[in-house]
Design a binder for this molecule. Structure first.
Ligand SMILES: CC(C)(COP(=O)(O)OP(=O)(O)OC[C@H]1O[C@@H](n2cnc3c(N)ncnc32)[C@H](O)[C@@H]1OP(=O)(O)O)[C@@H](O)C(=O)NCCC(=O)NCCS
Length: 213
């Protein structure tokens, strides 16, 4: 499929109410700000400059960064730089990198939708949670909010995620949400000097909706 670039004439999903295709690029472009998504225990919002300390605490933790494709942060300034990058990428609508906040509006993690592919109606999802909040299903709740929003608002056909196959916690999150393992790409990423495998997971919109009826 990837070697057949001109797919515009192929059938695309349609908005059931209007029988119109949802234009993913236009819909993303029309967003005035990060959509705010509220769950039972967590909320997703866009990052602000005041989140730098909490984001530094998250991304400087070696446990959190164990399977991340970059080294742990060493200085708070890196978190400030990250916030700038996230806001810049949002202004170009390249990605939606929400922060996950608790009831006190403190950042406890991030959830990201990225690599939007409007023609094939898919995107990837990524996530991280502060290690003192692990084991309570909070990441699943946050990722679920993001995917629900993306399927409803952008009418995606498919959502993908990739993990280091050794990342058992991340695998459990994806399995719990109904993603399926679709194969391992060998030595796909360098993490430091180590060439690491990448396991691809996917969920179809039809499967997502079926599980949540
Ligand atoms: C992956 C991650 C987001 C899961 O978040 P979470 O909210 O703790 O997820 P869950 O509560 O659903 O727990 C998932 C699994 O984590 C593991 N886990 C739970 N608590 C844990 C703890 N305190 N320490 C280590 N692992 C733990 C368990 O294996 C659990 O599976 P189980 O419930 O079947 O036993 C979190 O571990 C994390 O941020 N990891 C580092 C960043 C990362 O790897 N992100 C994914 C990149 S692909």
């Amino acid at each position: 499929m990837a070697c057949f670039p001109f797919t515009r004439t192929l059938a695309q999903p349609r908005d059931m109410a209007t029988d119109q295709r949802i234009d993913i690029t236009a819909t993303l472009g029309a967003l005035p700000a990060f959509p705010q998504l509220r769950g039972k225990r967590v909320r997703l919002r866009g990052p602000t400059a005041g989140d730098a300390d909490d984001l530094f605490a998250l991304f400087s933790d070696p446990e959190v960064m164990r399977y991340w494709s970059r080294a742990p942060m060493r200085e708070r300034g890196e978190a400030e730089g990250l916030i700038g990058e996230i806001l810049d990428a949002f202004s170009k609508r390249e990605l939606l990198n929400w922060v996950i906040v608790d009831a006190d509006d403190r950042v406890i993690g991030t959830t990201t939708l990225f690599r939007f592919d409007p023609r094939h109606r898919r995107a990837e999802v990524g996530y991280a949670l502060r290690s003192d909040h692990w084991g309570r299903g909070l990441a699943s709740e946050a990722v679920s909010l993001a995917i629900d929003w993306a399927l409803r608002t952008l009418d995606l056909h498919r959502v993908e995620a990739d993990i280091d196959p050794r990342n058992h916690a991340s695998r459990r999150v994806l399995e719990r949400l109904g993603f399926r393992s679709e194969g391992v790409l060998r030595e796909r990423f360098f993490v430091g000097d180590e060439a690491t495998d990448s396991e691809l997971f996917g969920v179809l919109a039809t499967e997502w909706r079926e599980r949540r009826r």
